[in-house]
Design a binder for this molecule. Sequence first.
Ligand code: ADP
Ligand code: MG
Length: 344
Amino acid sequence: MSTGARIAIVFNAYEPRPAGSGERLSEESVADMAREAQEAIQGLGYDVTVIPLQRSLLNFLGRVREVNPDALVNLCEGFYGRPQWEANVAGIFELLGLTFTGNASKTLAFCQNKHKAKAVLRSCDLPTAPARLVFAADEPVDLKFPVIVKPNAEDASLGITPESVVRDEQGYRRQVQRVLENYRQPALVEPYIDGREFNVSVMEDGKATALPVSEIDFSAMPAGEPRICSYEAKWFEDHPLYQKTPPLCPAPIDDDLRQKLQGLAADAFRAMECRDYARVDFRMDSRGRIFILEVNPNPDISLNAGFARALGAAEVPYASFWARMIKNALGRKEGHDPADAAAG
Ligand SMILES: Nc1ncnc2c1ncn2[C@@H]1O[C@H](COP(=O)(O)OP(=O)(O)O)[C@@H](O)[C@H]1O
Ligand SMILES: [Mg+2]
């Protein structure tokens, strides 16, 4: 079977930077995701080429030009070890008139800045915890302890460890200093919401469809350990914290809570002007109040990650998801006519 259409799957291949904090595991998983997407999309009858984005952008673009795809499947989560350039990569595709699956550069950039993204959510009357952007360790913060201190513009739990949850001034200053030094960006400080954690994957299939809710089960977490998805809990499969934070999908919740979370996820998707897919992270406090932690416009779509699990719970085959995303991307191609693409 062949549809005749050419698809190029693009992803950022791991390359150590001469200097930098590059946590490796979250990047390596992008290559696995590319292989899994390739298999699924080939099965749909598309002619698929996988093109890694490495240090040389020009070589990469030369290869894309050679392949001349009808659409790109964009799995790039950054460039040269830097997640902050994720949006720029999408921006280059936009300027070159290359249609691609996943979110537009503006959405990727906006969601990456958690503090600004929260301001947008708030302006749309969506619930998110108060937060302060802190630029120096001696800046006081007017939030009650415990708080969580995280980098303002990372993802995949980079910079989030059990020590990120702090209960006093001294811990707060230490963690702000760590963020400033290790990530060279302001710290985002939020009240630590001690309660259940949910996430909802959203897929655009004519409308923003919220998939079954997933919950992180913290019940096996030792007492005294903060109940968070730290970097080690998310990425180190052999780490005790990984085993103590299993996801449950569908989450064991009643219909009211499910509908509320799914409704908020779809609203957040629209508020951030997402397209194709995204995942929304939530916490619920002991009083049952729900807060959006963040909108992830470029979530992990590999088979063992949350999005695919939610697709499975909704009985949407992985390949059908990709078929829909490619259809969305090809649909956007109509009417897209940048001058450079026409000039060749
Ligand atoms: N305000 C908060 N209260 C409690 N836990 C939090 C809070 N903010 C973050 N966390 C924990 O840290 C994890 C990562 O934080 P998140 O803001 O989603 O950043 P990332 O972009 O790295 O996923 C969350 O999944 C959650 O477990
Ligand atoms: Mg998150």
